[in-house]
Ligand binder design. Structure first.
Ligand code: ZN
Length: 197
């Protein structure tokens, strides 16, 4: 005999994919969605399905985008000689929100981590080199995390770019050591961008 589907348990299990959501939080979320937030839950389900179906990676900067080329890359008012390297679309959004940077971006979607076997191919190094050496970019700003892996990644990318004659800068310190960008408040991040060196 087949087991009946346990839909509540399915939902609880599915919610555990969210960061920092343990079993108890997942249970609370599931019952809240089903009892008090049914319209919101429907909207959430549709928004996730729609995003998964229609968002893709921009062919120039690899951030998430509705179109082949994202609005930031397509924006001719942004300074094409500046390229900011970030670890994720979320980090890109944070830098954008500081309102201190008017150049373009490149999302490497990861970081070097020798202990986990993550090397240059895991940060799309070949694509970054091709993008940075397009003849237009003059300065590359490294906005990787201030963790060991983020610093290692910045160091590696800097070496590669300096060897190709590009100017390379790094977000200024002031950002606490060991932090990921999302743990840093926008004011500090804005200062770090303005005082980059
Ligand atoms: Zn783009």
């Amino acid at each position: 005999m087949t087991q009946p589907i346990n839909r509540i348990q399915n939902l609880i299990d599915a919610l555990r994919v969210l960061p920092n959501v343990g079993h108890k939080t997942a249970q609370r979320l599931a019952f809240t969605l089903l009892k008090h937030e049914r319209a919101g839950a429907q909207h959430l389900a549709e928004a996730i399905t729609d995003a998964l179906q229609h968002l893709r990676h921009c062919s120039q900067c690899y951030t998430l985008s509705d179109a082949e080329i994202c609005t930031t890359c397509a924006n001719s008012k942004r300074q094409a000689q500046l390229l900011c390297v970030v670890q994720s679309p979320m980090d890109q959004l944070l830098i954008k929100q500081t309102m201190t940077y008017q150049g373009k971006y490149f999302v490497i979607s990861g970081q070097l981590n020798p202990l986990e076997g993550l090397g240059p191919t895991d940060i799309a190094m070949d694509k970054l080199l091709a993008r940075a050496c397009d003849g237009v970019v003059q300065e590359v700003i490294l906005a990787t995390h201030f963790t060991n892996e983020g610093e290692l990644t910045a160091h590696y990318i800097a070496e590669q770019l300096l060897a190709r004659g590009l100017r390379v800068t790094r977000l200024a310190k002031g950002v606490p050591v060991g932090s990921e960008l999302e743990q840093v408040d926008l004011g500090t991040l804005a200062q770090a961008m303005t005082a980059r060196r």
